[in-house]
Design a protein around this ligand. Structure first.
Ligand code: MN3
Length: 200
């Protein structure tokens, strides 16, 4: 088995002005493609061929750093494209997710504030996350290509804070990117779908 690059689920210009066509062309066609190409090479002979991507991420963590970096980023980006949609964002979450955000995270405003702080506070490259762990929602951040899978959680929403995700559109203003992303692009229906599956 080898990794394959998924198509974007929308047109390259569909997320403008919050994320430009140019950013998506570089981010999807160059950066994600590189994780797919390099990850596929490193998977060969690793002993993890034939496993699911989730298992490859978990089992390479701490053992095969090169494969982990690429497999982790492949997993993260497959979801990242689906975590966005045109006319996304907004304050109205699907019902089950809203109830869990209220009980576990202190409501929408507190969740938004904590999620943006996690993304803004990640020093250097990495991701901010909403994940489901031990029966509860939690907000965390990870460096580089790491994700909640390797910490016993299920990722429900993640935002890429590597500079390649925002530098063309926002230059160094990561907080502006995070606010625009959260308020205008998040596909909450996909987050709910992952939450339903994780909390069964
Ligand atoms: Mn990226």
């Amino acid at each position: 088995m080898s990794f394959t690059l998924p198509e974007l689920p929308y047109a390259y210009d569909a997320l403008a002005p919050y994320m430009s066509k140019e950013t998506l062309e570089f981010h999807h066609d160059k950066h994600h493609q590189a994780y797919v190409t390099n990850g596929s090479k490193l998977l060969e002979g690793s002993g993890l061929e034939g496993k699911s991507l989730e298992d490859i991420v978990k089992e390479s963590y701490g053992k095969n750093q090169g494969l982990f970096n690429n497999a982790g980023q492949h997993y993260n980006h497959i979801h990242f494209w689906k975590w966005m949609k045109p006319n996304g964002g907004g304050k109205s979450l699907p019902g089950k997710l809203q109830a869990a955000v209220d009980s576990d995270l202190g409501g929408f405003d507190k969740f938004r504030e904590d999620f943006l702080a996690a993304g803004g506070g990640q020093f250097g490259s990495g991701w901010a996350w909403l994940s489901f762990k031990d029966g509860k929602l939690e907000v965390t951040k990870t460096p580089n290509g790491e994700n909640p899978l390797v910490h016993g959680g299920t990722p429900l929403l993640g935002v890429d804070v590597w500079e390649h995700s925002y530098y063309i559109d926002y230059r160094n203003a990561r907080p502006k990117y995070l606010e625009a992303w959260f308020d205008n692009l998040v596909n909450w229906d996909y987050v709910e779908e992952l939450f339903e599956a994780a909390s069964k």
